[in-house]
Design a protein around this ligand. Sequence first.
Ligand code: SF4
Length: 97
Amino acid sequence: MRSKADFEHLLWQVLHEGVEAYKDSDGWYLLIHTRCSYLQKDGSCGIYNSRPAICREYENSWCEYDAPAEEGFMLHFRNYEQLLKYCKKRFKTWGKP
Ligand code: SF4
């Protein structure tokens, strides 16, 4: 993710409640602070057999109970204002036609 358009899209994403963005050694990701609508009260998956690929690929050899995920973040934007400040610094022409 490098272009101004990429960051404009990311800005729109972090405008949403409970959405943050971060970058670690693998790239850019969103943090979405909300429950999956298919998580059952007993902790099981309500669509286990048809769950998305990302759920199938997820390994639980490590989780945030082991160490805060933020320890591996190179950049972390908790809201629009923080990311906008970064964009203005990264792109000298940000906000200019
Ligand atoms: S495995 Fe995926 S679809 Fe199922 S509850 Fe967890 S996040 Fe939701």
